[in-house]
Design a protein around this ligand. Structure first.
Ligand code: GLU
Length: 472
């Protein structure tokens, strides 16, 4: 069993807790529900859990939260794995909640024996009505625990009518729930302000709360890092951990919790678009996995967002204490910028397999600075290999281009410098008049890669033919 922090240690100052932190034991998990593909928000959660584990030299687990048999799909499990692979987020183990249902049964039984769960029969309509009445009286809509008053005979009567109960976890109202949150700092909840949560439906299916706590316990999860929409779940789950450990007569080993601020659109709102933005659309847009990783690594933190392609650098600088509490703003233009900057640093060997056939290292170096996405390389390679469409040239330029065709000299290591040097001498041209007709004749374009690098890639024969054709 991994050694984790005891409740007392958790009350220490952050620095003291850090010092106590048993680095080698860190185990994190990413726990998606396979009811859809990953979106940028859960990609970020996966990434941060991966960072936390990798920085500590610990373990990162993939846990498929598929207790909802109706909505979970195998194709989404495959898509989640494929997305993690594309992002380079390797995991050290995979677990599935649907294979662990007996564990949750056992946990429910032990909580039942300890008086920490109870059977309820209210219908959704009845619960809605109760809430409305409470709100009408200006009271918070908290479950009134009416089912706790049911007698053995009441339960027996329900059973006789074939009515199965749903189950609630009974929160202990005796003391506040406290934890030191890795992002939010000291947290304190009054359990009486929360409804006893439903943990199992009448049809026997599980809601998220208990299975997740059981898994975190049994899988030795040391750090739970997730979105701030889970803060009140954490309060409940801390009581679940305590109750489950108590049922086993063990000292509670509660994970460290951290809740990161949500991701919002650039416009400052929770956007629908972000909810559907995932790896497929990034791929279609020509975004490299390293770009999305570099952006999401630091978005919402006080660290600068930089086009860092070296994953180790991002891992070593990952630091929860730099996370802000304000929502992190996701900006597509920023992603594009990071992406372009990362492509400009990418070595040939790392992309060779994705480049047009026969495009070599020299061509990659010539073309790379002009790419926004890797897919643009095909367009420039087509310009190198031809055929190209030439613009019309003035009579004067045609004479000049004929001179250029003759002056071509590939014997040195910089034929562009040699060519423009000779032409400058011969014609007195300079600047745009010297360079632009040559570029246009050689590429059909007004702008593009550095000709010094591109001309050797086009090659002597093709360059001469293009200049002569333009001179006609
Ligand atoms: N399956 C849960 C979700 O996707 C996991 C939350 C957690 O990290 O505990 O929200």
């Amino acid at each position: 069993m991994f050694q984790r922090l005891s409740a007392d240690t958790r009350r220490l100052s952050p620095a003291a807790r850090q010092a106590n932190r048993p680095a080698m034991s860190t185990t994190t998990r990413f726990a998606p529900s396979p009811t859809g593909t990953l979106h940028v928000g859960n990609i970020r959660t996966a990434l941060h859990n991966w960072f936390l584990a990798r920085k500590a030299g610990g373990r990162f687990l993939l846990r498929i939260d598929d207790t909802d048999a109706e909505r979970s799909r195998e194709e989404y499990v495959d898509a989640i794995r494929a997305d993690l692979a594309w992002l380079g987020l390797d995991f050290d183990g995979e677990e599935r909640q649907s294979a662990r249902l007996d564990r949750y049964d056992n946990a429910l039984a032990s909580l039942h024996a300890a008086g920490r769960v109870y059977a309820c029969y209210e219908t959704t309509q009845e619960l809605d009505l109760k809430r409305k009445v409470q709100l009408g009286r200006g009271l918070p809509p908290i479950y009134d625990r009416a089912a706790l008053a049911l007698s053995e005979a009441d339960h027996a009567a329900k059973a006789a009518q074939g009515i199965a109960p749903h189950w609630r976890f009974k929160l202990d109202h005796a003391e506040p729930i406290e934890w030191y949150d890795g992002v939010r700092g000291a947290q304190k909840f009054d359990p009486a302000s929360l409804s006893d949560p439903v943990i199992r439906r009448a049809d026997g299916s599980w809601l998220y709360l208990l299975p997740s706590a059981v898994d975190d316990m049994e899988m030795g999860i040391t750090d739970v890092l997730r979105g701030e929409d889970h803060v009140s779940n954490t309060a409940v789950q801390i009581q679940m951990f305590t109750a489950l450990y108590a049922a086993q007569h063990k000292e509670p080993e509660i994970p460290r919790f951290a809740h990161e601020a949500l991701l919002i659109g650039k416009e400052g709102k929770l956007s629908k678009r972000l909810g559907s933005l995932g790896c497929e659309s990034f791929k279609e847009r020509g975004i490299e996995p390293e770009a999305i990783v570099a952006l999401l690594a630091r978005l919402g933190t006080s660290q600068p967002i930089e086009p860092i392609a070296d994953r180790r650098k991002l891992v070593s600088s990952f630091d929860l204490s730099t996370f802000g509490r304000a929502p992190a703003k996701f900006d597509d233009a920023e992603l594009d910028r990071i992406n372009t900057a990362i492509i400009h640093q990418t070595e040939f060997a790392d992309v060779a397999g994705r480049l047009p056939e026969r495009m070599d290292e020299a061509a990659w170096h010539a073309i790379r600075p002009n790419l926004s996405t890797l897919a643009d390389a095909a367009e420039w390679w087509r310009i190198v290999t031809g055929p190209i469409v030439l613009p019309g040239f003035s009579a004067e330029d045609r004479v000049y281009l004929a001179q250029a065709a003759k002056a071509l000299d590939f014997t040195g290591d910089d034929p562009w410098h040699a060519l423009t040097g000779v032409l400058k001498e011969m014609t007195g041209r300079k600047g745009k008049a010297l360079f632009l007709p040559l570029r246009q004749a050689l590429t059909g374009q007004d702008s593009g890669p550095d000709m010094r690098e591109l001309l050797p890639v086009i090659g002597e024969e093709k360059a001469a033919a293009r200049l002569l054709r333009a001179a006609k």
